[in-house]
Design a protein around this ligand. Structure first.
Ligand SMILES: N[C@@H](CCC(=O)N[C@@H](CS)C(=O)NCC(=O)O)C(=O)O
Length: 184
């Protein structure tokens, strides 16, 4: 679905006018990506995507959820919405803000790449175990591919995580559904 950020329909479910927003069949809504992923993992334990239930496993999930929400996701805002970050409406000011955002995103991609060294997934011991945190990292990596001057090729572990997730038929279905919805 194409999102219209200022629309009454979106403001009705999320007064912040932001996505993602989850609405359950009974009308209950939940906002904030980290909270939504945590809720979905808890609600569907059969999927085994929480990252674990010990205090340390839960803390790791919160740690990386916070990293993605606060550090990585927010680093894209100057690129997507540059005029929120300057009162100067010139093209030069816009380009400067976008360039600063690209530097910030690159810094967070480096942090992600370092964490993924010798790991297959964001959470878990050893090479790790797939979780909702990988699902959150996936769109961030794809944004990076689009908006960084050289994409994400310089971060090999980040590319590997992307490719591992993109190989999943369920992920491919979501991407196809999204592309079809945007094309409407
Ligand atoms: N902290 C929020 C941030 C969500 C967010 O920034 N979403 C962006 C899209 S990627 C948005 O809806 N921006 C609209 C706006 O800021 O007006 C979360 O984790 O869900």
């Amino acid at each position: 679905m194409r999102v219209n950020y200022g629309s009454p329909r979106l403001l009705d479910v999320n007064p912040a006018g932001a996505v993602p927003t989850l609405r359950e069949d009974d009308g209950w809504t939940l906002t904030q990506a980290g909270a939504i992923l945590d809720y979905l993992a808890e609600k569907h334990p059969e999927a085994g995507l929480s990252g674990g239930e010990s205090p340390r496993e839960e803390a790791e999930a919160h740690r990386w959820s916070s990293f993605l929400t606060s550090d990585m996701h927010a680093a894209f805002w100057p690129i997507f919405l540059p005029f929120r970050y300057t009162t100067d409406q010139s093209d030069a000011a816009k380009e400067a803000v976008v360039a600063a955002g690209q530097k910030l995103v690159a810094r967070q991609m480096t942090a992600l790449n370092t964490h993924l060294d010798r790991r297959h997934w964001m959470l878990g011991e050893g090479r790790g175990k797939r979780s909702v945190i990988d699902a959150y990292a996936f769109p961030m990596i794809r944004w990076g591919m689009k908006v960084l001057p050289n994409g994400v090729a310089e971060w090999a572990n980040v590319v590997a995580l992307h490719d591992r997730l993109a190989a999943d038929p369920a992920v491919q279905k979501v991407l196809a559904d999204e592309a079809a919805a945007v094309a409407v």
